[in-house]
Ligand binder design. Structure first.
Ligand code: DLL
Length: 433
């Protein structure tokens, strides 16, 4: 028995899906052209008008959007409707330039939550489940997205947010949570904490987990499944397209079905922008087909991925994407939070340090660690008003304010961080993902 939240669309014949996409893209391009002057300018520059877009195949004619466009257009430049029609903002952490601020109308929230509901039902969720949501709530999309999806399915929703593992475990056990939604690294940490408290996998009531927001391996899936006694499903999304639920895994657990009635996916060569055929490895590009608040067309995600259209035994007909295989930019995902090395550099330089630093990322006991080594400057050495530990504490706090996560800071002697003769290797990522 297969379960679907919206069976008609999730299992629609391919021709039907293409028909929906053809219809939506024509309308959406016109909508964006008329409502988003920033994108109109890009289209005009490229010499393409809404009349040139007659079907989804014509999407190739449209210009791409990148994170740089988001930066330039911050905060309202890509807004698709009056602010008075928007009911929500979600955002990523980061400086003004790096921060993504997305706007949602009620229509956008509904379609986003429906996508999350599809993911929960695909993981076996029904209105008899208790869904523990341990993604962060607030500006991050993880908590609010899955929360909305859980409501739509009718699960009893536990809006735990992340952190406070003791309380997570107490609620999980006392209220018999059956589905856990969080980052895979937090799931592994919860599993470990349960074991430390003497619980065996069969002691909890969990049957499934919906884990995403960061890369994770098949090995990690197996270990979480064994240690929690559940089936672990992947879920993907990004703030720019609304959040989690752009794609999700079904019972086959072999790639994530993209909600193609709302998001059109392309794979491109990141160097040339050329659209590549299914099965090729390249950069994932998404077009929101019916969003109103933040209606991005051909947004370059920087995630490297492969799309496949092989028939899936679950009965869903929507295209599948593999687990993201890396990025075509330098973004790191640390404990589910997007971190750009340049943000760390900004803090260091603002606090008077030189650009002699190293960022070390690792995974210890299933939790990402972030260490920043920075050289003290000779001027700071002669300034006796502030000790090293005070300086370190200051940097920890400034980095926390910038990134939203805690880093360990080590101030080291001048000239102890190796100088490079070419591209500086500032980031050492020791995680095996
Ligand atoms: O991470 C949305 C999300 C929340 C997805 C909860 C799934 C679950 P952002 O913070 O904007 O949004 O980060 C988006 O995270 O471009 C990918 O690089 C990465 N990412 C998201 N899901 C996965 C996944 C949320 N399942 C960026 N596997 C994306 C690997 C993922 N990477």
């Amino acid at each position: 028995m297969h379960n679907y939240y919206q069976p008609e669309i999730e299992t629609a014949p391919r021709e039907k899906i293409i028909e929906i996409q053809n219809e939506k893209i024509v309308k959406q391009v016109r909508y964006v052209y008329n409502n988003v002057p920033y994108y109109k300018k890009l289209m005009d520059k490229q010499g393409v008008s809404p009349d040139d877009i007659k079907s989804i195949d014509d999407i190739k004619k449209l210009p791409f959007l990148t994170k740089d466009d988001l930066r330039e257009a911050y905060p309202y430049g890509l807004l698709g409707t009056d602010l008075k029609n928007c009911v929500r903002i979600q955002s990523t952490s980061g400086t003004t330039g790096r921060r993504v601020v997305a706007f949602y109308t009620q229509h956008d929230i509904d379609l986003w939550e429906e996508c999350c509901a599809r993911a929960i039902v695909a993981a076996g969720g029904t209105n008899e489940d208790v869904c523990q949501i341990s993604y962060g709530y607030g500006l991050f999309t993880g908590g609010p997205g899955l929360n909305g999806g859980s409501h739509k399915v009718g699960c009893l929703t536990l809006p735990m947010s992340s952190g406070n593992t003791d309380r997570q475990i107490q609620f999980m056990m006392d209220l018999k949570a059956t589905i856990l939604c969080c980052t895979p690294s937090y799931a592994a940490y919860i599993a470990e904490s349960l074991a430390e408290r003497g619980y065996k996998p069969e002691d909890n009531h969990l049957k499934a987990g919906i884990f995403g927001a960061e890369p994770w391996t098949e090995e990690m899936r197996k270990s979480i499944e064994k240690n929690l006694g559940i089936k672990a499903y992947d879920i993907y999304g990004l703030t720019e397209t609304s959040g989690p639920g752009v794609s999700f895994e079904c019972e086959e657990q072999s790639g994530m079905h993209i909600n193609e009635d709302h998001f059109y996916a392309e794979i491109i060569n990141p160097n040339t922008g050329e659209v590549l055929p299914d099965g090729s490895k390249g950069e994932l590009v998404f077009t929101s087909l019916d969003k109103q608040g933040f209606p991005l067309l051909r947004y370059r995600t920087r995630d490297i991925c492969i799309l496949t259209r092989e028939k899936c035994s679950c009965g869903r007909t929507h295209v599948k994407m593999c687990k993201p295989m890396g990025r075509s930019d330098d973004m790191l995902i640390i404990r589910g939070v997007n971190v750009f090395p340049s943000q760390i550099e900004t803090v260091l330089l603002n606090d008077g340090y030189a650009a002699n630093y190293q960022i070390i990322v690792d995974r210890v006991n299933n939790t990402d660690t972030l260490d920043v080594n920075v050289e003290i400057t000779p001027e700071m050495l002669s300034d006796t008003t502030m000790g090293i530990s005070e300086r370190e504490a200051q940097l920890v706090s400034d980095l926390k304010a910038m990134l939203g996560i805690k880093a360990k800071v080590h101030i080291v002697e001048p000239k102890t961080i190796a100088r490079s003769e070419g591209k500086a290797v500032r980031v050492i990522d020791k995680r095996k993902i």
